[in-house]
Design a protein around this ligand. Structure first.
Ligand code: SAM
Ligand code: SF4
Length: 346
């Protein structure tokens, strides 16, 4: 199905329930053709909230006074073991952005240990690191990387970030290019319903994903955080939950064989948010496995789901949710992006 930009904008703006449901069913049918009813899991370990950046929307931004932490190697390995025992197949190591040599060495050690002990699929989500660091992490065993472009509109990007060289749009693009040239499976994504954002911006985001030839997508609704500078600017677009589902569905139909995550932020707006995304084109789930006592310090946005839960409870909850929509976990499988293998002809 080829969809023009005009048609994408039409779908993003339509309020016709019939049209919206048809869009979701088409996206789900294509997803099931590609992956049957299998959903691949990545247990997400939010191993540190220390961040050098000051993104104007984020609850971890450097200027905010929150309790900062970094998990120990031992605690991270416990989380990885849990994922291995539960058959998740993959993990995501996620943190604030920190470019020190000490952090790099720590990560190389952790990643190679996890690969040796558990051979899990390994996605990294560590922000914009220098190319040399990304190379080292790839060598250690990181093979997928998530770095959202946040918005493909450079002018809007500038409104979302401080005006300095650390937060430049060009740097973000360069980092994505570096990831691709180093051989990573590259994931990106945007926040949906941002202040100043229009339907046209979102349509352009999907075209950007296509042009950049991404392998994976992680998109979710923007959740205003009262302690951040962006809070004072109210979004223009309404109902960013349905809009997020539409973005998932349209991305599936335009990009086809990429991996698309049903992100946790969807659940802020609807208790069944993630299931709804899995019925609208998503095929990846990222259950949180961060130790419960640390979750309250990784509040990227307010009302983050699962903050009081344990990793065991998250597992039971999520597998139950999957059953309710007749899907199941792709057990002990890395669930790599099919698109990556097509793109690189491996
Ligand atoms: N520091 C790394 C980075 O920026 O790529 C990884 C962690 S960062 C918290 C992960 C993602 O959280 C960001 O890419 C951003 O899209 C999302 N995020 C931050 N603040 C948000 C908010 N208020 N609402 C929704 N998503 C948000
Ligand atoms: Fe730091 Fe990532 Fe939040 Fe930006 S989005 S402030 S880099 S954690």
């Amino acid at each position: 199905m080829s969809i023009s930009k005009k048609k994408i904008i039409h779908y993003l703006s339509t309020t016709s329930k019939g049209e919206i449901n048809k869009l979701f069913s088409k996206a789900n049918a294509l997803t099931e053709k590609l992956y049957q009813n299998k959903i691949h899991f990545r247990g997400i370990i939010e191993f540190s909230n220390i961040c050098e950046k000051n993104c104007c929307y984020c609850g971890l931004r450097k200027d905010l006074k929150i309790d900062r932490y970094q998990m120990t190697k031992e605690d991270i390995l416990k989380c990885a073991k849990f994922c291995s025992d539960m058959g998740y197949g993959s993990i995501v190591l996620q943190s604030g952005e920190l470019t020190t040599d000490k952090r790099l060495e720590f990560l190389i050690n952790i990643i190679s240990t996890i690969k040796k002990k558990y051979n899990l699929g390994m996605t990294l989500s560590l922000g914009e690191l220098p190319k040399e660091s990304l190379k080292e992490l790839f060598k250690a065993g990181g093979h997928r990387y998530l770095l959202r472009i946040e918005t493909s509109n450079e002018k809007l990007y500038k409104k979302l970030h401080p005006n300095d060289k650390n937060h430049s749009f060009q740097n973000r693009l360069n980092a994505l290019e570096n990831l691709k040239s180093l051989g990573y499976q590259v994931g990106t994504g945007v926040m949906i319903g941002l202040p100043f954002q229009t339907y046209e911006d979102l349509a352009n985001d999907i075209l950007f994903f296509k042009d950049f030839d991404v392998d994976m997508l992680g998109m979710g609704p923007y959740v205003p955080h009262p302690k951040t500078p962006l809070y004072k600017s109210p979004p223009i677009l309404k109902d960013n939950f349905t809009l997020s589902l539409k973005m998932v569905a349209l991305s599936r139909l335009v990009l086809k064989d990429v991996n698309i995550a049903a992100t946790t932020a969807l659940q802020v707006f609807d208790k069944q948010g993630r299931e709804k995304a899995l019925l609208a084109g998503a095929n990846i789930l990222m259950p949180i496995v961060t130790p419960t006592d640390l979750r309250k310090n990784y509040l990227i946005y307010p009302d983050k789901p699962c903050v009081e839960d344990t990793k065991e409870k998250c597992f039971n909850c999520i597998t139950g949710r999957l059953k309710s929509i007749k899907k199941e976990m792709g057990q002990n499988n890395w669930g790599d992006s099919k698109h990556f293998y097509r793109r690189t002809k491996k």
